[in-house]
Design a binder for this molecule. Structure first.
Ligand SMILES: C[S@@+](CC[C@H](N)C(=O)[O-])C[C@H]1O[C@@H](n2cnc3c(N)ncnc32)[C@H](O)[C@@H]1O
Length: 230
């Protein structure tokens, strides 16, 4: 398993929420979890089925359990089985009563055909900056994998830490250096324009905004996928 996923062992997961979602998001990436990322996450959750890619500790779905009350199925997908177990337990403990599916899978690989057309929302929070390679290619590769599982009108949304064309502060520069050297991040060349290019290439409708050094995106209507008439 690559460092971008293997770092999420029991110890990594035990410090993730405080280190990343609290300290780093406030002081390094300047995009706060409670004020920006969590409301954005909740805003787009679909009701039939939601696909969560790169689940980490499962903080976002567990913190959104009231919004998820109407969502029948939540599918958790990750390369690292530790994250899947933790996220599933956390979501169930938070009181989610729907079906939770787990998929141990590399997001660069095609998804199982039984997922075709199923998902009304697909979340990719803090995944692209972990993946090796650069924008736009790594994002277009992932969007190509996701397109077949989207239901008509589905939204793909997420957030990623940018490495190029943004102004990193002292702490951010240090963390970027360490994480990229260890292969935990692969985002030195990731720019807002690279993210826009990936979305432009892959979707008819999309939006990007940058908060601190984080690019937040939402996209609908994948290109090359015929729209289904209801
Ligand atoms: C930084 S964490 C993000 C966790 C959560 N979405 C959040 O925002 O707090 C990145 C997650 O992506 C997963 N991941 C990394 N590379 C992956 C790959 N190629 N395919 C699927 N998941 C991957 C990691 O195991 C980890 O759970």
């Amino acid at each position: 398993m690559e460092a971008s996923a293997s770092i999420y062992n029991k110890f990594g997961l035990s410090i993730y929420d405080i280190l990343v979602l609290t300290i780093s998001n406030i002081f390094a990436w300047r995009c706060q979890t409670g004020d920006v990322l969590l409301p954005f996450y909740k805003q787009h959750i679909g009701q039939s089925a939601h696909l969560e890619i790169g689940v980490g500790t499962g903080y976002y779905p567990a913190a959104s359990v009231q919004t998820l009350a109407k969502t029948k199925v939540v599918t958790l997908l990750d390369l690292n089985p530790n994250t899947l177990v933790m996220a599933q337990q956390r979501l169930a403990y938070a009181g989610y009563k729907g079906e939770i599916e787990l998929i141990e899978h590399n997001i660069f690989q095609p998804l199982p055909t039984n997922m075709g057309g199923k998902y009304e929302s697909v979340a990719l929070f803090y995944v692209f900056h972990c993946l090796p390679g650069s924008l736009p290619k790594k994002a277009t590769d992932v969007f190509t994998v996701i397109a077949p599982v989207l239901s008509p009108g589905a939204v793909v949304y997420g957030a990623t830490i940018l490495g190029s064309g943004v102004s990193h502060n002292w702490l951010g520069t240090r963390l970027m250096g360490i994480y990229n050297k260890k292969g935990i991040f692969g985002n030195v060349a990731d720019s807002e324009e690279g993210l826009r290019e990936a979305l432009r290439e892959s979707f008819e409708q999309w939006e990007v905004r940058v908060v601190g050094v984080v690019g937040l995106f939402e996209a609908r209507k994948p290109k090359g996928v015929p729209s289904v008439k209801l």
